[in-house]
Ligand binder design. Structure first.
Ligand SMILES: Cc1cc2nc3c(=O)[nH]c(=O)nc-3n(C[C@H](O)[C@H](O)[C@H](O)COP(=O)(O)OP(=O)(O)OC[C@H]3O[C@@H](n4cnc5c(N)ncnc54)[C@H](O)[C@@H]3O)c2cc1C
Length: 466
């Protein structure tokens, strides 16, 4: 009799607990602004709102902040960046954040010769191997790129005078049309493909020239690997996340946004629900496309998102006992157009207590299966047999990451920007778009992510205050 009674009582208590948990999950928490994504864009937006005492919440799908920024500590307690790493002296917003959070930078080691492997020929030197005519051709193409990109409107490049012509052709075609020697053409093709993680024939000339425009010049766009952050970029995002820790929720993938002019309700995969007067979506466009919007997004915006895949990149970081290449008069920089290794750089700690070689595998090379042993073997002809004796190897394939699906940033195929570009940044009712893909300065860099987050925050502040 006693036991028979206990069963319904337990059932009632169980049902009550389930009901309360359900209530907690389904009842909406209200804030002024719901920010989706805790990458640099979402975090930069959050800092601006916090400064102005505007209530907000940051919903992050994964268990950490940073997104395409991802730092780790090795067994020897050396910090390495498996995602974004370098900044440039003109990245003013990033530099401001670094000084605000008390972080120091290191200049990239570039002494000694670099190694170039172009069209199966290996050379050493300070500059890529070019004949005198190839060198002149290289210079004239640099001038051409700067001139054409300068004429673009950085906010709305699709409205520029020659936008339609530039968006009709791939960047490969633009290169073929404006270079006259095979050597300059192939060196430039490599340098640009390395920067965009995909083939020039996949990308509109307008897209790439817009990136150049937002960086200021092609040299700034290509040479943006001057400085890195001593404790890793991860330290910066952790410090920002700490400052807003009671406002940030991890493991909360957003699946649905129900919106109107005056506000939105945002639902997560785990049943969470937040209501906000405004929403800032600070995730890459390919993942924005996976969210269910009610009402459906205007079709131009929806079709733009459907055309927004990220290219492929694998980043490897190899730890050696010491930076042995330096003793051979080498900078640790390798540029190769054949893969699997496309670029390497010396990221050793300043005190030289370990050698740290960063390896970037991009585009076609990143789409092919590659493992640590293949990478090490590939290094031998460039650096010698010591390359086969690492202490540790870290490999991160960004295409496999569910909440990114590639890197560095989205590039558009011909026709997309002139047909759909106008929907890239414009808010839809109370939804504002951030993320480095919407940047108009240093597009696709960390600097661009911060600029986009700040811009979206200012849009929202203006709406909330009026
Ligand atoms: C390998 C690699 C190397 C790079 N190197 C450099 C470099 O050296 N210098 C440089 O300036 N830039 C570099 N970049 C580019 C740089 O990382 C990006 O420009 C920048 O970090 C993008 O920030 P973001 O906030 O726009 O997007 P992200 O960093 O992608 O942040 C988006 C966030 O949203 C989250 N999210 C996604 N979907 C959802 C969802 N449905 N719900 C909730 N949250 C979601 C993600 O988990 C992520 O945290 C590199 C990128 C890669 C991949």
């Amino acid at each position: 009799m006693k036991n028979e009674c206990r069963v319904p009582v337990l059932l009632i208590i169980g049902r009550y607990i389930l009901m309360k948990v359900g209530d907690l999950l389904s009842s909406a928490h209200e804030v002024d602004v719901v920010i989706i994504g805790a990458g640099l864009a979402g975090l930069a937006a959050a800092l601006e709102l916090q400064k102005r005492n505007i209530s907000f919440v940051v919903l992050e799908a994964s268990e950490r902040p940073g997104g395409r920024v991802y730092s780790l500590q090795t067994k020897d307690r050396i910090t390495i960046d498996l995602g974004a790493q370098w900044i440039e002296k003109e990245h003013v917003r990033m530099k401001k954040l670094l000084s605000q959070f008390g972080l120091k930078t290191v200049s990239t080691y570039k002494e000694g010769n670099s190694i170039y492997k172009f069209r199966d020929r290996v050379t050493k030197g300070k500059l890529p191997p070019l004949s005198a005519s190839g060198y002149l051709d290289f210079l004239q193409f640099t001038v051409k790129l700067n001139k054409v990109s300068k004429a673009l409107d950085s906010l709305e490049p699709w409205e520029s005078e020659h936008a339609k012509d530039l968006d009709k052709i791939t960047m490969e075609q633009f290169l073929l049309d404006h270079t006259y020697t095979a050597s300059a053409g192939s060196v430039y093709k490599y340098l640009l493909e390395e920067m965009i993680c995909c083939n020039l024939h996949e990308v509109s000339a307008l897209d790439l020239l817009w990136c150049v425009k937002t960086a200021g010049s092609v040299n700034k766009f290509r040479n943006s690997e001057d400085i890195w952050i001593k404790d890793g970029v991860g330290m910066l995002v952790n410090k920002i996340a700490k400052r807003i820790e009671d406002r940030i929720y991890y493991r909360q993938p957003v699946t649905r946004i129900t919106y109107e002019e005056g506000g939105a309700s945002v639902k997560t995969m785990n049943g969470g629900c937040w209501k906000g007067k405004r929403v800032i979506v600070a995730i890459p466009p390919n993942l924005q496309a996976k969210i269910h919007y009610q009402p459906p997004l205007p079709f131009v915006r929806a079709q733009l998102l459907e055309r927004s895949g990220l290219p492929s990149v694998i980043k490897a970081v190899i730890i050696y006992k010491k930076p042995f290449w330096r003793e051979k008069g080498l900078s640790g920089i390798i540029n190769s157009d054949t893969g699997p290794i496309n670029e390497t750089a010396d990221s050793s700690p300043k005190d030289g207590r370990r050698g740290v070689l960063t390896v970037l595998i991009t585009g076609d090379s990143a789409r092919a299966e590659v493992n640590a042993n293949e990478i090490l073997a590939e290094l031998v002809p460039f650096l010698g047999n010591e390359a086969l004796e690492p202490l540790e190897v870290y490999l991160h394939n960004w295409s496999e990451q569910e909440w990114t699906r590639g890197g560095y940033g989205v590039h558009f195929a011909p026709g997309v920007l002139t047909s759909y570009g106008k929907a890239l940044i414009d808010p839809v009712a109370c939804i504002h778009w951030a993320g480095t893909e919407t940047a108009t300065e240093w597009r696709l860099f960390m600097e661009g992510a911060v600029q986009s987050g700040e811009r979206a925050a200012f849009e929202v502040i203006e709406q909330i205050r009026c």
